[in-house]
Design a protein around this ligand. Sequence first.
Ligand code: FAD
Length: 462
Amino acid sequence: MSIAHHFGSETRVTIRRAGEPDAQGKCIVYWMQRAQRAVDNPALDKAIEIANALRLPVVVFFGLHPHYPNANERHYQFLVEGLQETRERCQKRNVAFALRPYPNHDLIKFCDEVKPALVIGDENPMREPESWRRSATEKLRVPFWTIDADVIVPTKLFEKEEYAARTIRPKIHRVWDEYLKPLANPVAEVSWLDSKEQLPPQELIDVTATLAALPLNRSAAPVKSFRGGTAAGLQTLQSFIDERLAHYDTARNLPHLRGTSDMSPYLHFGHVGPHTIALAVRESNAPSSAKDAFIEEMIVRREIAINYVARNAQYDTLAGCHAWARKSLDEHRDDPREHLYSLKQFEQAETHDPLWNAAQLEMVKRGKMHGYLRMYWAKKILEWTPSPEDAFAIAVELNDRYELDGRDPNGYTGIAWAIGAKHDRPWAPARKIFGMIRFMAASGCARKFDVNAYISMVKQLP
Ligand code: FAD
């Protein structure tokens, strides 16, 4: 029976380069990119299952590339903190972990060295990592499969761009029981240590030395508020379940209470996967209204964002938004703007609005702005810049630079929602500058939550 028939029939698997495993191959390589964890990782599980069937060891390859678009020292610090732990957790599953920092980050060279029978990768809808996988598909001489490890419902099930949450929600609900199940987390039966072949180095990962040696963009300093890694992510999850989940449905939009999970950086870097989070929330004793509200955000909203980025090549500009929204914004292009700010003024939180400035500072200092204020923040950038295109570009630049969870499908979709009504509807009557795009006002925020308490909380951030 062919390997594809036996192990490749799940919807989560994409066979990019077909064929039988190389009979001379000495291992299975798992090229870890997005799912940077050794717990509840369907891609690692698949690599181990195949390796066990072929009686081969598994080695994880992580190529540390310092020029990932828009990534800076803040992001790399969190990433490398996570790798250190992932390497240890891989070893507990009898799997070797090879970190190859730039300039030795090339997958093909690594494969020439370790001679795999088959290569497994994970998936990410963003254009750069997808282009790296396409290039690997052309260059590898052994079968190459990728596993959609960081979603509950495989992206492949939604072939077209979804119009709104209401269109994808019933489709997700119909199948999620099939996909939201505990993962097997198998252990590799053959270890590298048993192998006579040359082993990939197993040295400890020194975070400071690794970061110092890379030619990184250092435009945003690391933050102390979040530590990367699966253990820190699981601790954050547990404190959310114990202390905040029960009130999530009523408190999540109250920034002064900070009642959300804080899981977005861990989800972005794949340090904790969506299965772990969704199952822990489902199994908790919180009221079902709170659990349902959380699952709606973490599965429906997150996965429609992934659908948008996977299916719309213009996801990071206004051009990705619907024609009605662009037309409406265009009709208000020449409306007078009461306030106009430059990128630098926005970056330095120098607007006339204390709430906006506090939100910007929360992002710069803590590395994570509250979700409710992200909507207000982006909509005000639209109001205070010369054009919607400028607003989009400024929002992307600041979001990607300072948010630990930035450079993520959720970020591009959130900005497209706020500025270009992606997944939203027209709001009549048309207003100046915004046209039919939903508007948000400081007075609305003041009615909803304690703005002064939020501003003082941000002032106290180190
Ligand atoms: P929780 O409320 O605890 O939610 C749990 C998880 O559900 C989140 O971690 C996230 O994965 C998902 N989720 C929650 N809200 C949304 C949403 N509106 N859309 C999609 N998924 C959601 N999210 C990012 O991960 N990275 C970004 O760069 C980002 N930028 C944004 C920019 C703008 C302008 C807007 C409007 C939203 C943005 N979001 C972004 C979405 C959302 O604000 C964050 O995911 C959320 O605030 C993260 O905090 P949390 O984990 O505590 O959220």
